[in-house]
Design a protein around this ligand. Structure first.
Ligand code: CMP
Length: 139
């Protein structure tokens, strides 16, 4: 199944702005199937675990505060070449650098509050999906 699955989450800024529907519509119209999805929230501690890879970065503490500041919508998505195609759909981390028509260009507020996450590898897609969903929640 490698290469056909990715993990995403709509971040607190985009949920707060009422953009869950617009973003999931773009995701489905781009050919992704939603295999798991929920509206939930991260504690600061759980946000720290999810972003542990960024622990030494200067923005880590702010990122954990931000990611635990409101509701999020994690999802597991299926499509051929999912990781790469999804990163094209969301655009660059910094919305100022994101291509026209990408989710971050349309909805992100800043480099931190950048609307949506996308896994950077097949391996991380599986790890990140399992962080939020049990086997029985993946359809
Ligand atoms: P994402 O790529 O989903 O996962 C890491 C997150 O850290 C990234 O989105 C941004 O939300 C945040 N991030 C990355 N670089 C910076 C930065 N230079 N300043 C603040 N936040 C950042």
């Amino acid at each position: 199944m490698a290469n056909n699955l990715t993990f995403t989450m709509i971040k607190p800024d985009a949920v707060e702005a009422g953009n869950i529907g617009a973003i999931t519509k773009m995701i489905e119209e781009a050919g992704f199937t939603i295999r798991a999805m929920k509206l939930t929230r991260l504690s600061k501690e759980r946000a720290g675990q999810f972003y542990a890879v960024h622990k030494e970065r200067p923005f880590y503490n702010d990122l954990c505060n931000y990611m635990s500041s409101g509701a999020i919508v994690p999802m597991i998505l299926v499509k051929e070449n999912a990781v790469e195609d999804f990163r094209k759909l969301i655009g660059a981390t910094n919305p100022k650098e994101a291509a026209e028509g990408t989710i971050r260009k349309l909805f992100a507020k800043s480099i931190e509050a950048n609307a949506i996450h996308g896994s950077d590898s097949d391996e991380n897609a599986v790890i990140e999906g399992s962080f939020f969903f049990s086997e029985t929640e993946k359809f």
